[in-house]
Design a binder for this molecule. Structure first.
Ligand SMILES: Cc1cc2nc3c(=O)[nH]c(=O)nc-3n(C[C@H](O)[C@H](O)[C@H](O)COP(=O)(O)OP(=O)(O)OC[C@H]3O[C@@H](n4cnc5c(N)ncnc54)[C@H](O)[C@@H]3O)c2cc1C
Length: 474
């Protein structure tokens, strides 16, 4: 039997579930289809910005989210050590700045595998129909609806869905985006990483201070503890040097973990190993008729700064109330065009901020990556000027520059002094920086057309990494 709903959401991960929650609590009927059989088992997203927490707070989720994190946020710190057994520790600061003077909701840390069940439960409580093990296989738009075919994976049964709108929250390899022929712009794939989740009996504090994450120089990677005996190790690998994700067997991972922890006899249970790409790309359009892109399908950015998931949550908040207003007749359909107009420039700015450090006016990466990042940043901020002259952060006297070596949790920072500073006028424009430690005033669109063409989807739930990249058949 056909299903009729107001909004069909494709993808039931962080941003699809957030969108469904925000629609459902406004009374908008929605169906979420997610091809996996459950919520995430891996975690990449963990840092929830103050603005995102405002959104979750308004939706009534704040207490549950904060209860997930039993590491004392005020005391937890990011450290740098040779290995976890080393006596010397360099404290790198706290993961989140104090923003209590800016808004009611402080940032939170909640791993994605804990957040998604909360989002799902609240979305369903408000009436969203969330179907796991179900995938979108095709869709088309008519004048007044979207007609989609979804497949129940266990039975292969196909159901037709009639929806007024469709939201592609289907990740960076978005089949919805590809089916619409929407291209992307930006620097593309920057680095290749491997996330290893493991369980081991290790202390989660050093010198009495709880650890939020540790950059470990002996393995050139990051170790992240949590309160249930699980740890995350993130290490980079370089295909150009012949390194392949599949070479990281459980034994090799154990060896790296033992080196990183400085304990050669440590008992380790390797739970999950997944590669992922640090990439930067923004879709050329976030809307096509009755179809919208939300989250990583619209924009993907390296985890430097922890902006990616948060930008998606804010996409969802922007779109949900507009769809509600149009569906209930409170506003005309023209309102929906403001979603692309408002969110795409923010995505461009945020991607530029993730790849460059606007305060110092330079790339967060060294070498060739730095060149690509600078090119992307120049394309955005070349048009920033308030007075018609080329704008930028290069004018001024002096500044402290932070160079980053990317890790997705905290990242390794190295402070330098540089003889220039951003003009104050530009700093004052930086409304989007609320909640983040660095500010940026980059504006307009980064149109550096190097597409991220290696869409390696970070499959968080089951099986190995999957390579998508095919258009959905119709
Ligand atoms: C290591 C790492 C750390 C990060 N840390 C942070 C952080 O601290 N803070 C932050 O803000 N961001 C962070 N990010 C970014 C953040 O994780 C992502 O932006 C976010 O998870 C994207 O969520 P999404 O729901 O848009 O996409 P995805 O998580 O990719 O989900 C898309 C979903 O769509 C489903 N799907 C795809 N096609 C179909 C189909 N045809 N039918 C049905 N379902 C389909 C997929 O199965 C998938 O579950 C990090 C990223 C990485 C890699």
């Amino acid at each position: 039997m056909d299903i009729r709903t107001s909004v069909l959401v494709v993808g039931g991960s962080l941003n699809g579930l957030t969108t469904a929650l925000l629609l459902a609590r406004r009374g908008v009927s929605c169906l979420v289809v997610e091809r996996h059989h459950g919520t995430a088992i891996q975690y990449k997203f963990r840092g929830i910005s103050p603005r995102s927490m405002e959104i979750y707070r308004a939706a009534g989720l704040e207490a549950e989210i904060r209860a997930c994190d039993r590491i004392d946020e005020r005391a937890a710190a990011v450290a740098r050590m040779a290995n976890l057994a080393a006596t010397e520790v360099s404290w790198q600061g706290v993961p989140w700045a104090d923003t209590s003077h800016l808004g009611p909701a402080a940032a939170a840390t909640c791993d994605q595998d804990r957040l998604e069940p909360i989002l799902r439960a609240h979305a369903e409580r408000h009436g969203a129909d969330v179907r796991f093990g179900t995938e979108l296989v095709a869709f088309r738009q008519t004048g007044d609806e979207v007609i989609a075919q979804v497949r129940d994976r266990p039975t292969a049964a196909i159901t037709t869905v009639h929806a007024r709108y469709l939201i592609g929250a289907d990740g960076t390899a978005s089949g919805v985006r590809e089916a619409l022929g929407i291209g992307r712009h930006g620097p593309g794939v920057l680095q290749h990483w491997l996330n290893v989740i493991f369980a081991a009996d290790l202390p989660t504090a050093v010198d009495g201070r709880p650890l939020r994450s540790v950059f470990v120089t002996d393995i050139n990677g990051t170790l992240v503890p949590r309160d249930d005996g699980r740890w995350l190790m993130a290490v980079q690998f370089a295909p150009e040097r012949g390194e392949r994700a599949e070479d990281f067997t459980a034994d090799r991972c154990r060896d790296l973990i033992r080196r990183g922890t400085g304990r050669s006899d440590l008992a380790i249970d390797v739970i999950d190993v997944r590669p992922w790409d640090a990439a930067a790309a923004v879709a050329d359009r976030f809307q096509d008729g009755r179809v919208f892109l939300v989250g990583d399908s619209a924009h993907v950015m390296p985890p430097t700064g922890g902006f990616g998931g948060n930008t998606g949550i804010q996409d969802a908040a922007n779109l949900a109330w507009k769809l509600d207003a149009v569906i209930t007749g409170a506003a005309g359909p023209g309102l929906l065009a403001t979603y692309d107009a408002e969110r795409r420039p923010v995505a461009d700015r945020t991607v530029a901020q993730a790849v460059t450090d606007p305060l110092a006016g330079d790339a967060r990466f060294d070498g060739e990556l730095g060149t690509r990042a600078r090119k992307c940043d120049r394309a955005v901020r070349g048009r920033v000027s308030r007075d018609g002259k080329p704008g930028g952060f290069g004018a001024g006297t002096s500044a402290r520059r932070t160079r980053y070596r990317l890790t997705h949790v905290g990242f390794e920072a190295r402070e330098e002094h540089v003889e220039r500073a951003p003009p104050l006028a530009l700093l004052r424009q930086s409304r989007f920086a609320v909640g983040h430690r660095r500010r940026g005033a980059v504006r307009e669109q980064c149109d550096d057309a190097q597409n991220g063409d290696r869409d390696q989807h970070f499959d968080q739930r089951e099986g190995t990494n999957v390579l998508h990249g095919r258009a959905l058949p119709m």
